[in-house]
Write a protein that binds this ligand. Structure first.
Ligand code: NAP
Length: 490
């Protein structure tokens, strides 16, 4: 007897099989960045199990890192949002709930009452610390704050930067360091055509930087950046990348490592060799890449802000794990700089009630299934993206990883690990959140906001001009264009 027949006959029926047309598998995904959306896409793509998927985000806007992290001059990477929109949101059974924060607006336990499976895709939002004296004085900032600021992320709009200085040091040799260097090196006219936040565009217009130094604690073979990103530094109109040829002389361990290294490491080295032949032309910003140096102390200038960086030179030594690690050689130098941006990676932060591995900075998991400290699995709870793996991997790599977790979810369903039970009505959760005074942003609301941002962008010759204030975002999501911009547009 089906549930429908039972209703008619007044008899009680066993709850319908989870994952059937009558009772689709209900999934909550917390975090609407690429990793979360890729889970939704993978679940949508398979035909065997009908699903109802809700994606939550603490911001009123979807797409997480694609909106708040990917550099504004990398619009082609941002094109992935079209795939998310088409693949996940045009079908029945998908909902977006923006402006809902896990642990603040809704508890994990409450989600458990409304969903069969829960996926956490909350990313890594905290910056790693350098841990040297002087860190945090004026003009010394984690690069992630600068990235959030130029991308108009509401958490970072209040950050303060002073670009009326001559030299900046960026610590780290990863792709974030490269993004940051490129944004600092570009001309305002080039940036205006991107979706950089208007406040950042205005302030960067006064950029007087002459030299940007990227500091790697290890050598060119160990650098974390990828060739496509490095190559872009050589294509800038107003800046030139410079490398001291001596920095490219490899020690025996690095030379051996290079022989076994993937093609992209060899390609990095080719590019760096080419950069080492270049010279700065008058008026060009110098973009200097330095290797085997570590910050020891941020030295204050007379105004209390950054005035220099005490560096220690490193040599590379093999570790028992077969890596090459940076070891202080005892040689020190003082690099005169006026600003320091540390781009040395991210860390996850614990979520209320969710097992967290403080050493790795990730949600505890076994291949994406959340577990406690004793590796006992939390049935039907999963984690994807940087919250699972740490801050590693390009967006494409997370597509595969999220699809694998989606497979585990279906495997758990097939193995009978998702209990059949009476579920609250599908609207019960949004109703509960509304009763709690939370202003939910649906996908249609986001589309309204999106249209307004695109309109604003068009007036600047940019793909988008983002709103950065949450209250304003909520008002526009609810009502469409604010009256002031309607006047401007007419
Ligand atoms: P990352 O790739 O892990 O690079 C971090 C850099 O910081 C490494 O050079 C690392 O050196 C260095 N570092 C770490 N701790 C340090 C310390 N205490 N002192 C000095 N240096 C230190 O991290 P990321 O740049 O934040 O990027 C995160 C992920 O996002 C990466 O997968 C990246 O490719 C991706 N991403 C991609 C793009 C793009 O596709 N355009 C843009 C941005 C980010 P060691 O190697 O010695 O640890």
């Amino acid at each position: 007897m089906t549930a429908g027949e039972a209703k008619q006959t007044g008899q009680s029926a066993a709850p319908a099989r989870v994952g059937s047309a009558e009772r689709p598998l209900r999934v909550a995904i917390v975090g609407s960045g690429p990793a979360g959306f890729f889970v939704a896409l993978a679940l949508r793509k398979q035909q065997a199990v009908p699903t109802e998927i809700d994606i939550f985000d603490r911001l009123p806007t979807p797409y997480g890192l694609v909106r708040g992290g990917v550099a504004p001059d990398h619009q082609s990477i941002k094109g992935v949002t079209k795939v998310f929109e088409r693949g996940a949101t045009t079908a029945e059974g998908f909902r977006f709930f923006g402006n809902v924060e896990l642990g603040v607006d809704v508890e994990l336990q409450t989600l458990g009452e409304h969903y069969d499976q829960i996926v956490l895709a909350t990313g890594n939002e905290a910056s790693r610390r350098l841990g040297v004296p002087g860190e945090g004085i004026a003009r010394c900032t984690p690069a992630a704050v600068f990235v959030g600021w130029y991308n108009g992320h509401p958490d970072y709009v209040e950050a303060q930067f002073d670009f009326s200085v001559r030299r900046v040091a960026i610590v780290g040799h990863g792709n974030v360091a490269i993004d940051v260097a490129r944004i600092l090196a570009k001309e305002p006219t080039e940036l205006a055509a991107t979706d950089i936040a208007t406040h950042a565009l205005d302030q960067l217009a006064g950029n007087t930087l002459e030299e940007i130094v990227l500091l790697g604690r290890r050598g060119p073979v160990q650098a974390a950046f990828t060739p496509a990103e490095l190559k872009e530094l050589g294509e800038l109109s107003s800046a030139v990348p410079l490398v001291d040829p001596e920095d490219l002389a490899l020690d025996e361990h690095s030379a051996a490592q290079l022989e076994q290294a993937p093609k992209q490491v060899q390609r990095n080295l080719e590019l760096l060799r080419e950069f080492s032949q270049r010279e700065a032309q008058p008026g060009q910003r110098r973009l200097r890449l330095r290797f085997c140096v570590s910050p020891k102390e941020i030295v204050a200038a007379a105004d209390g802000g950054v005035g220099g960086l005490r560096l220690g030179r490193n040599r590379l030594e093999p570790t028992p794990e077969g890596q090459l690690s940076a070891v202080d050689s005892g040689v020190a130098e003082l690099l005169p700089v006026d600003m320091v941006l540390s781009a040395i990676g991210f860390r996850g932060q614990p979520l209320p009630g969710v097992p967290f591995d403080p050493e790795q900075g990730v949600i505890r998991n076994v291949e994406g299934r959340i577990c406690d400290a004793d590796e006992r699995l939390w049935t039907n709870h999963y984690v994807v993206g940087w919250a699972q793996s740490g801050p590693r991997g390009l967006i494409g790599a997370h597509k595969r990883a999220s699809a694998q977790v989606a497979e585990l979810m279906l495997e758990d369903l097939a193995a009978g690990r998702v209990p059949a039970r009476e579920m609250p009505a599908r609207d019960a959760l949004p109703q509960l959140l509304a009763e709690r005074g939370i202003e939910l942003v649906t996908f249609d609301d986001w589309r309204r906001l999106d249209a307004v941002e695109r309109d604003r962008g068009q007036r600047r010759g940019a793909p988008r001009d983002k709103l950065t204030d949450v209250d304003e975002m909520l008002a526009v999501a609810r009502d469409g264009a604010p009256s002031s911009s309607a006047t401007e547009m007419s």
